[in-house]
Structures are given as structure tokens and as C-alpha cells.
Design a protein around this ligand. Structure first.
Ligand SMILES: C[S@@+](CC[C@H](N)C(=O)[O-])C[C@H]1O[C@@H](n2cnc3c(N)ncnc32)[C@H](O)[C@@H]1O
Length: 237
């Protein structure tokens, strides 16, 4: 986690877009660790997430809107900083969304991308996170929600290489976990709820079996957040 804190602690964020804000977890990280900011605007297509995030951020300088990132209602160059955290693999039209994020970013403005990756040196507990993520993504796809497997480290670098950014820096980080068994009861309950839902659907035997194996792994090995990349770069003029 230190790397992302180190990066944020040097940033005067100004007007910030948090793209695909979900329930606002990354807004909390921004609020806590940025050197300074003027305003944070979180955008998501999910009404449930927007309602939740609007409730937990009563501050006047934090606003949450339901909006599609492919077509945002902000002027060109409106933001000093644009962020997207742990969401690239949820975005169907990734190129369109990244282009739109760059449109609303002012020239020389900062783009920050954080995303977990699925390869490299991960502990067995981190491998559990990756496996759980892949299982949940398969369930989401079965239910009709776009959710891809996480990218590899190289795939993320290749995505960023295509963007018109300069001074690109890439740092690895993860959230250290003292006790990999700590969150296991909640994760197992989460798996059980998903399995209950799958049991009401046809042809789900294989994915249910996968979920049960995953629950055993969570009990045996535990869980820790996988490694992530923090990528920063400045929009070319
Ligand atoms: C894993 S969540 C985001 C997590 C969040 N950034 C955080 O730090 O906790 C992914 C989010 O992407 C949103 N999303 C996917 N495609 C989108 C789009 N085209 N426009 C806006 N939001 C989108 C989903 O609704 C979902 O809430």
C-alpha cells in the first residue's frame, strides 16, 4: 500500500474525476492520502452504487453522478486529475472510456490507473484473491454483467503504452495483511450466497463445484489482496 500512499501524498489533485467509482472506496483513499484537492467527482453507471456513495460522502466538495464513462457530460479539459481504480477489467469499451477520460483531462493533467494483476510473484493467499476474482467474474458473466478476468502485468503496461501520456511511471503495491485468515468468514458467506443463487439456475453444476473448491481453499490457505499496479502519466499537450 505504501507506494500508492507515497504517490498520492505528492499530488495536488485539483478537480478530480474518479471514474467507475463503485461504492467510493478509492474516493476514501484519495481523501485520506492526497496532498490536496479541490473537488472529487465520482461517476458510475450503477444506480445502487451511486445511491450508496452519495450517502457516505456528505461533503460539499465530493459529488457522485450516474453517468456512462463512454460519454461524460463534462467539458473538454474540465479535470486536473482523472483516476480509475480496480475497474478497467469491468469496462466493456475500454478504449472509448480511456479516450473519454483523456478528453475531460486538461493538457498536462494527471491520469492515475490502479489495477490488480493476475501473474508474477504472489503469495498463496494472494493467489486465493485472484482465483476468487476469476470465479466471481465468471458468475457475473453468467448473470449478464460484463466482468473480465484480471489482466496480467504486461497487458496493463500494453494498455497504457497506447495512451498519449508522458512521464509515465509504474509502481507495484499491495495491501499487507497480518493474518490471511482474518476476512475468511465473510468471504465464505459471500461464496455461500452466490452458490445459493446459482442453485436456482440451470446448468450451473460446474461453476458451483468451482465455488465449493474455492471455499475450501479460503479455509485452508486464507486470503490477501493481490499485487496491483499504480500507473501515473501526464496528458501530452
Ligand atoms: C469494481 S467496481 C469499481 C471499484 C471502485 N473504483 C473502487 O475503488 O472501489 C467497477 C465499477 O465499474 C462500473 N462501470 C463499468 N462500466 C462502466 C461505464 N461504462 N461507465 C461507468 N461505470 C462503469 C460498474 O458499475 C462498477 O461499479
Amino acid at each position: 500500500m505504501n507506494e500508492i500512499i507515497k504517490i498520492l501524498s505528492k499530488v495536488d489533485g485539483g478537480n478530480i474525476l474518479d471514474a467507475a467509482t463503485g461504492k467510493g472506496d478509492f474516493i476514501n483513499t484519495l481523501k485520506q492520502h492526497l496532498k490536496s484537492f479541490t473537488q472529487i467527482i465520482g461517476v458510475d453507471t450503477s444506480q445502487r452504487c451511486v445511491d450508496y456513495a452519495q450517502k457516505i460522502f456528505p461533503e460539499n466538495n465530493i459529488e457522485i453522478y450516474r453517468m456512462n464513462l463512454e460519454d461524460m457530460q463534462f467539458e473538454d479539459g474540465y479535470f486536473d486529475t482523472v483516476c480509475i481504480s480496480d475497474a478497467l477489467h469491468h469496462i466493456k469499451n475500454r478504449e472509448a472510456v480511456l479516450n473519454e477520460m483523456l478528453r475531460v483531462l486538461k493538457p498536462e493533467g494527471l491520469m492515475l490507473i490502479t489495477e490488480m494483476y493476475s501473474d508474477g510473484d504472489q503469495t498463496p493467499a494472494q493467489e486465493t484473491h485472484i482465483m476468487m476474482h476469476h470465479w466471481v467474474a465468471s458468475v457475473d458473466r453468467l448473470l449478464g454483467t460484463y466482468h473480465q478476468k484480471t489482466f496480467t502485468r504486461q497487458e496493463l503496461q500494453d494498455i497504457v503504452k497506447k495512451l498519449p501520456l508522458k512521464k509515465v511511471e509504474i509502481a507495484d503495491f499491495y495491501v499487507p495483511v497480518d493474518d490471511p485468515s482474518k476476512n475468511c468468514p465473510a468471504l465464505i458467506r459471500n461464496c455461500q450466497d452466490i452458490i445459493k443463487r446459482l442453485q436456482t439456475m440451470e446448468n450451473t453444476e460446474a461453476i458451483i463445484a468451482e465455488g465449493k473448491e474455492l471455499m475450501e481453499r479460503i479455509k485452508d490457505i486464507g486470503y490477501a489482496g493481490a499485487c496491483r499496479l499504480a500507473i501515473t502519466g501526464y496528458k501530452k499537450k
